[in-house]
Design a protein around this ligand. Structure first.
Ligand code: ZN
Length: 291
């Protein structure tokens, strides 16, 4: 089975179309259509084409959950919790949506479970609001879902958090003297090597107790190591914030693993559309830098 996972489109239809075209190219290359498309919320907010993005997601995504910006556009959230630019964009976005589009956004669940996956926009503990940015914040989330994987968006950063299960095969760290600090834990994928470093005090030959780990994947393939559960963020389609302006999304193939994909799109066209609609110039500029 193959699934495409998208998040944080933010009314950027130029980026969304580029990602859908990339999925199509992937299907042709693989000679098999994708089995499903899942969307992790924030279809709207910031960007110039909220209605078109809602229509396109309704047409293409098999499953979608709600994000904080979707709720903000519906007036379901207090805009005082938003920055000034985000709040004024939420008001503008709300005014663009048809009654039918509003009903659709209102119908989106906060969290859902599909097979081995739990889907939540922010985190499984606090689906609408919580930002999973550090291992300290992510670790408690692992007790809020029971599937092997949880898929989240919200931070706009491609990210993997890992937690070993009781039967995980942990690497043996050989220290030469007591008190050595250590442990580099690496995962190899076709896209390269991802490394997490944990600092701890170990006696010689002690097996480290590795807790939650944080990986920042680049483009390419990654596979879950045996004995681990993972929280995975595909990054953002319409407003990436990891310094790479290309749209970001994920394809999961249950025989191969997770492929983090980046897709260039016409950023200037989206910026022009934002300017034409009087949207925040700062929000338009950040798209070019991926911040
Ligand atoms: Zn977002």
């Amino acid at each position: 089975m193959r699934y495409a996972i998208l998040s944080d489109i933010h009314g950027n239809d130029v980026a969304l179309q580029a990602v859908l075209a990339d999925m199509e190219a992937f299907s042709i290359e693989q000679r098999a259509p994708l089995d499903a498309i899942w969307c992790l919320g924030d279809i709207v907010g910031y960007g110039p084409e909220p209605s078109v993005c809602v229509r396109r997601i309704r047409e293409h995504a098999n499953v979608c959950i709600a994000g904080n910006h979707d709720w903000a556009a519906l007036g379901k959230l207090d805009l005082e919790d938003f920055s000034e630019a985000a709040a004024s964009s939420a008001e503008w976005t709300g005014a663009q949506l048809s009654a039918e589009e509003r009903i659709y956004l209102r119908s989106l669940p906060e969290k859902t479970v599909i097979g081995e996956f739990t889907l939540a926009h922010g985190s499984p503990l606090n689906p609408i609001w919580e930002y999973l940015t550090t291992t300290d914040v992510a670790e408690p989330s692992f007790s809020a879902f029971s599937t092997p994987f949880c898929l989240v968006g919200h931070t706009h950063l491609p990210t993997i958090f890992l937690l070993p299960t009781a039967d995980a095969e942990l690497p043996r760290f050989r220290g030469s003297s007591p008190g050595l600090i250590a442990a580099e834990h690496s995962y190899e994928g076709a896209g390269g090597r991802l490394t997490a470093t944990q600092v701890m005090t170990l006696a010689p030959d002690e097996i480290p107790t590795i807790r939650c780990e944080h990986l920042t994947p680049s483009e390419g393939l990654w596979m879950l190591p045996r004995g681990y559960r993972a929280i995975i963020n595909p990054g953002s389609v319409g407003q990436p914030r990891d310094g790479d302006p290309r749209a970001s999304y994920l394809i999961y193939d249950d025989e191969v693993g997770f492929e983090f994909r980046r897709v260039p799109y016409d950023v200037e066209l989206t910026q022009q559309k934002m300017r034409a609609n009087g949207l925040s110039p700062r929000m338009a500029r950040r798209l070019a830098r991926g911040i």
